[in-house]
Design a protein around this ligand. Structure first.
Ligand code: THU
Length: 131
């Protein structure tokens, strides 16, 4: 079973509806496509201690790992309250850990954009860097 980029964006948007973002009011949703075809979703979870906020991508990746799934193919991330956002640096690094190859976002017109993680996080540090 495969999920198209558009389907992953739809799943991410659905998850973003459940964001807990009372401080920024900036809702983000994410959908992770695992190598086995399963999809895990997440939304940002903010905190009154702002630094304790969890990004949508981190929640979705954490859900996959908590289910025992650590081989990930793609991550879709969408912002519900603005167009054209891309994953933050920390989330790019989280993707790197689990082999995410493709990152799916929407551009400012709401069109789906698929890029390689290598483009978003070049010359990166990963598990094999530890030797
Ligand atoms: N946020 C995400 O969920 N993912 C990102 O990649 C960037 C930012 C969230 C965190 C915070 O709740 C809100 O967006 C504003 O920064």
């Amino acid at each position: 079973m495969t999920s198209s980029p558009a389907e992953l964006v739809a799943r991410a948007r659905e998850a973003g509806e459940r964001a807990y973002a009372p401080y920024s009011k900036f809702r983000v949703g994410a959908a992770v496509l695992a190598a086995d075809g399963r999809v895990f979703t997440g939304a940002n979870v903010e905190n009154s201690a702002y630094g304790s906020t969890l990004c949508a991508e981190a929640v979705a990746i954490g859900g996959a790992v908590a289910a025992g799934v650590t081989e990930l193919d793609a991550v879709a991330a969408v912002c519900l309250d603005g167009h054209g956002c891309t994953p933050c640096g920390n989330c790019r690094q989280l993707m790197r850990e689990f082999g995410v190859a493709r990152v799916i976002t929407e551009d400012q017109d709401g069109d789906v954009v698929v890029r390689g993680l290598e483009e978003l996080l070049p010359d990166s540090f990963g598990p094999e860097s530890l030797g």
